[in-house]
Write a protein that binds this ligand. Structure first.
Ligand SMILES: [Cu+2]
Length: 149
């Protein structure tokens, strides 16, 4: 089931456009890969990682990330300290990478602790592009992605 807003639904590392052959759901060339949440040790907080790629010729700005399962903030890590930011850019023909020790999503006030094998659905909101829905699989607490190393 999907709404008429043309959201692109992305699963794990594989991009699945929301069923259409037209480019409607493509959100101006924004795609997400490698999304995951390490199973958190804490009951109501978790971190999330993914790569957002922008095939468009102008930069996109991620302005918020939302989920029905809890509150999400975007964090940058600079000099070992993390800081909440209100927006992050996805450069034209470039990527915004969330990874351990760098940019990350921080889940807070989770209704239930994500367990390995589950997925957490989040919605990425951009300044100009359509929102993108991402199903983030929950991996083991020690999961390290094979790419981007
Ligand atoms: Cu953080």
């Amino acid at each position: 089931m999907r709404s008429s807003t043309g959201l692109a639904v992305l699963t794990g590392a594989v991009l699945l456009l929301a069923g259409c052959s037209d480019s409607d759901g493509f959100s101006g060339g924004l795609t997400v890969s490698g999304a995951y949440i390490p199973q958190p040790v804490s009951a109501d907080m978790a971190a999330g990682f993914m790569t957002i790629s922008n095939s468009g010729s102008s930069k996109a700005e991620l302005t918020s990330v939302t989920s029905d399962d809890g509150e999400i903030t975007m964090h940058e890590t600079t000099g070992g300290a993390m800081e909440e930011v209100s927006r992050l850019s996805v450069p034209a023909h470039g990527q915004l990478v969330f990874k351990s020790g760098a940019n990350h999503l921080m889940f807070d006030k989770l209704k239930q602790a994500p367990k390995q094998g589950q997925t957490v659905t989040v919605e990425l909101h951009f300044a100009k592009s359509d929102p993108v829905v991402v199903k983030m699989p929950v991996k083991s607490a020690t999961y390290v992605p094979k790419t981007g190393h």
